[in-house]
Design a protein around this ligand. Structure first.
Ligand code: OFO
Length: 172
């Protein structure tokens, strides 16, 4: 059975994952409104992924005899100054999420909960990818530096992202 401390940490993380989903949906709506449909697609797919993370953690808590509890989800930002602003906020957010995931891994280690440690390691690796993806897009936006044709090309690239549920059994 999972400890109360780890249960609380995972509950908080479930909330953070759904906040992430809200935030990405809010960003997606902004991008669509700015005629950047490819960016909107990328952000929408990211929101879908975040929901699978929340469900995956919920299921894990249930499997370990923990009790998921649900807290209100904070309102995400809804106004952005540009698509560059959006992706800079994405990176800052994911860096914060990485901190939370690492804290759970540390707690699992301290408690000698090898199962929880192994579970959260999937997210430790996932966060490397999340930060790398955002950094990659920011790098391209910096090169584009306001050139509309180049921005359109990047937007077309972001339009190709397809949602693949990493945990098919937990499909939302
Ligand atoms: Fe769930 O990875 Fe982003 O926040």
């Amino acid at each position: 059975m999972i400890s109360e401390k780890l249960t609380k940490a995972l509950n908080d993380q479930i909330n953070a994952e759904y906040y992430s989903a809200y935030m990405y949906l809010s960003m997606s709506a902004y991008a669509e409104g700015a005629a950047l449909k490819g960016s909107a697609n990328w952000l929408y797919v990211q929101a879908q992924e975040e929901m699978t993370h929340g469900l995956h953690m919920y299921q894990y808590l249930m499997d370990r005899g923990g009790r998921p509890t649900f807290a209100p989800i904070t309102q995400p930002p809804h106004s952005f100054t540009s698509i560059d602003d959006v992706f800079n906020q994405v990176l800052a957010h994911e860096q914060k999420v990485t901190g939370g995931i690492n804290a759970i891994a540390t707690l699992a280690m301290q408690e000698n909960d090898h199962a929880a440690y192994q579970f959260i390691m999937w997210y430790v690796n996932e966060q490397v990818e999340e930060e790398a993806n955002a950094t990659d897009i920011i790098g391209k936006l910096n090169m584009i530096n306001g050139d509309k044709r180049a921005l359109l090309a990047l937007d077309n690239e972001l339009a190709t992202r397809v949602f693949v549920n990493p945990f098919p059994a937990n499909a939302p």
